[in-house]
Design a protein around this ligand. Sequence first.
Ligand SMILES: Cc1cc2nc3c(=O)[nH]c(=O)nc-3n(C[C@H](O)[C@H](O)[C@H](O)COP(=O)(O)OP(=O)(O)OC[C@H]3O[C@@H](n4cnc5c(N)ncnc54)[C@H](O)[C@@H]3O)c2cc1C
Length: 335
Amino acid sequence: MQKKPGAIWVMGEITGGKLVEVTLELLGKARELVVRGGGSSTSAVLLGNETGPLAAELIEHGADQVISVEDPRLGLYQNDTYALVLEGLVKKHRPEIVLFGATRYGSELSATVAARLKTGLSAHCIDLKINDRKEFVQVVPAFGGKVYSDIYCPEARPQMASVKPGMFSKPEKDTARTGTVLKENAAILDSYQSPLRVLRVVQKQQAELPLERAETVVVGGWGVGPDMWPILDQIAGELKGAVGCTRPALDEGWTKGEHTMIGTSGKTVRPHVYMGFGVSGSAHHTVGMKDSGVIININNDPEAPVFKVSDYKVVADAKRFLPVLLKKIREHKKG
Ligand SMILES: Cc1cc2nc3c(=O)[nH]c(=O)nc-3n(C[C@H](O)[C@H](O)[C@H](O)COP(=O)(O)OP(=O)(O)OC[C@H]3O[C@@H](n4cnc5c(N)ncnc54)[C@H](O)[C@@H]3O)c2cc1C
């Protein structure tokens, strides 16, 4: 007789006392995986101190059960203490699958816990499925983003995956949903002396419009070279948008930082208009922008893969095209 699968867990992430969106997105996906036979039920794990109404919010968004550990030592996220507590919970309850948001918090915590449990972790997944054989399929871009590959974890348990924010839609809140709250404790920390002490969390103030909130995103890839970034900035400014980049542009130091990178290991954007310059269209990048409203790309290679996900393609030298575009936008605005 085939063994009944365990529960699917979603690790709840809290920032500033609130659940982060990706936690709720993952709950929606976890429910879908349960329906497909990948797990017996959906549980959310909540570690913290005075988490108040968050358990109810998790249930309203799809958790059948919330496993809650409230302890002053968990008031602020610390990798070592959180990993110890989560490892203990996994060993006790034996979930089938554990899902994390591929945020800084989730990426670090999932890797630590997977290593401690000696199980597999698929990081930065772009999709999760249960196939006809009831196997858990974790989809990641591979070979420099040229293909999507399916990852399986046939033996070790739990199967663990982290997923980028914005990959799945957030389920509708259902205030009529009911679920249970299982209170656990952090006694495992009694015999542990952490070498770290987190005093407080300071939120960095962002002067510019965050990329994910911009209605127009102007993106520079490796093909624009080092000198065009002030022009990209000015175009974004004229259009009240924001500038994004690809990994090579970030690595070259041409951009304002990691918070501007779009793709598997960066942000997911869905602006009304995405305008890419010198971007080849690797899956590592396109997963983060493919759901934009109108996609326009400028590339000097007529066969560039990015044109396959574009509504408008312009075959041109971006370095010559950009100054002309800026001039035209300004002329148009003057009327
Ligand atoms: C694990 C992993 C995670 C990754 N995560 C990300 C991620 O989150 N985001 C990301 O972007 N990448 C990511 N990458 C890298 C990704 O695979 C690609 O290498 C990258 O997206 C390519 O960036 P690009 O298009 O700027 O550069 P290239 O692939 O080098 O393309 C440059 C393009 O510019 C065009 N071009 C050249 N000169 C001109 C010109 N004068 N005018 C117009 N066009 C021109 C070329 O025809 C080409 O199409 C990741 C890779 C790995 C392995």
